[in-house]
Design a protein around this ligand. Structure first.
Ligand SMILES: Cc1ncc(COP(=O)(O)O)c(C=O)c1O
Length: 394
């Protein structure tokens, strides 16, 4: 019989093999200076939950007081979404074909695009995976920011493609000028995360649109707008207008963030119909979303009352964090998202380990010769737990 310790060790070893990582106690693949990669790959995600369960049995690790490592929205999902989930239960023996189309049509109408331009997916991760496969074909090169969300780019190697990472500007934004200079005939995709994860920064919209006008004539531009709902003016910031102009642009969106649907799994992309056709060959698309989640998305799409309230609470917690960091003598990168990155005075691995011992889960990165902590914005009690633990270490 496998003892709990054996199982724990096995899980840790498996997680390391799966993603080149360890968790909590030694959580970084130093060779690649990658962060605790709990979000990379399905295997990694599954392992994370199992590791939590296992670690919870470990007396030296206290119960998690603050879950500030996955950029989730603890204020969601909305009451309307929860009600819709309950209502969908009775008919959930049926495949939700019609509801799926209704959701796709609702999004298409709101965004002013054709239905064939909206590709639904169980979260946006399957779209990132589809793009990684498609644009790696024939050894294509994918240009991305560094550091940036690497769910798409870290898989490219395995599919025969290449990644060119372009360091961020001195104000931690995507360096569009440097990226544009690197586009050549081998470039199959430019992947831009805007706002960027992990830095929380956003590029100037006019500059981005002008970049896309030029670059989309040479290659496909993919804008990952996972955090767009957190910016002051999402409609004025999105690049869906560039898709509407007929440009070779993919915009990916998710309900996982401000809608609070990370566990419900709803996402979509908007692109030219032929691009939708090309990418749908790699994924089951909306067919992987459950009836309950589709109903929840239908009920809460553009529910401004809920979204505005969640945003206000997020901003309140974010202000608390900014004030704390300033008081403790730290700087931080101004953030347009539900997470904040700041430079540490100690090794990131040690810091995250010490925070975890105090029941606070955060992540770290290493770049520009520094360790950085990324804190997701949680409920006020979670931010207070962060503050308490942080003050003991800062
Ligand atoms: C920038 C970015 N894109 C995409 C995703 C994937 O999210 P999901 O698959 O839940 O839609 C995340 C998740 O954290 C993210 O940060």
């Amino acid at each position: 019989m496998a003892t709990s310790m054996n199982r724990r060790n096995w899980l840790k070893a498996s997680a390391m093999l799966a993603g080149g990582l360890t968790f909590f106690s030694g959580a970084v693949n130093t060779a690649f200076a990658r962060p605790i990669n709990i979000l990379s790959g399905n295997k990694g995600k599954r392992m994370t939950d199992e590791l939590f369960a296992e670690e919870a049995e470990e007396p030296s690790i206290p119960k998690l007081k603050a879950r500030l490592f996955a950029n989730e929205n603890p204020f969601g999902p909305s009451a309307k979404a929860k009600k819709a989930i309950k209502e969908a239960m009775a008919t959930s023996y049926q495949y939700p074909f019609m509801k799926m189309r209704e959701l796709q049509a609702k999004i298409a109408t709101f965004e002013g695009v054709k239905k064939e331009q909206v590709y639904m997916s169980a979260g946006s991760s399957p779209i990132l995976l589809a793009a990684a496969m498609h644009f790696s074909k024939n050894g294509g090169t994918i240009i991305c920011g560094d550091p940036s969300y690497d769910d798409l780019t870290h898989r490219v190697d395995g599919f025969g493609g290449k990644v060119v990472k372009v360091p961020l500007t001195s104000d931690y934004k995507l360096d569009l000028d440097a990226m544009e200079k690197l586009v050549d005939e081998k470039t199959s995709l430019v992947y831009l995360v805007n706002p960027n994860n992990p830095t929380g920064t956003i590029v100037d919209t006019a500059k981005l649109k002008a970049f896309v006008d030029r670059v989309s004539k040479k290659t496909t531009v993919f804008i990952d707008e996972a955090y767009i709902d957190y910016v002051a003016d999402p409609v004025g910031t999105t690049l869906i207008d560039s898709v509407k102009k007929g440009q070779n642009v993919i915009v990916a969106r998710t309900f996982s963030k401000l809608y609070g649907f990370a566990g419900l799994r709803v996402g979509y992309m908007i692109a030219q119909p032929e691009m939708v056709k090309a990418l749908e060959g790699y994924s089951n698309g909306g067919g992987s979303i459950s009836a309950t989640s589709i109903n929840a998305a239908l009920a809460s799409y553009n529910d401004r009352e809920f979204l505005d309230e969640a945003l206000a609470k997020t901003n309140q917690s974010k202000k608390f964090l900014f004030d704390l960091l300033t008081k403790e003598g730290y700087t931080y990168i101004p953030s347009s998202t539900n997470f904040v990155m700041f430079p540490l005075n100690m090794d990131g691995e040690r810091f995250t380990g010490e925070m975890m011992k105090r029941g606070v889960g955060v992540r770290f990165w290493k770049f520009n010769n520094k360790s950085w902590c990324r804190v997701s914005i949680g409920k006020m009690n979670e931010m207070q737990a962060f503050a308490e633990a942080f003050k003991e270490l800062s």
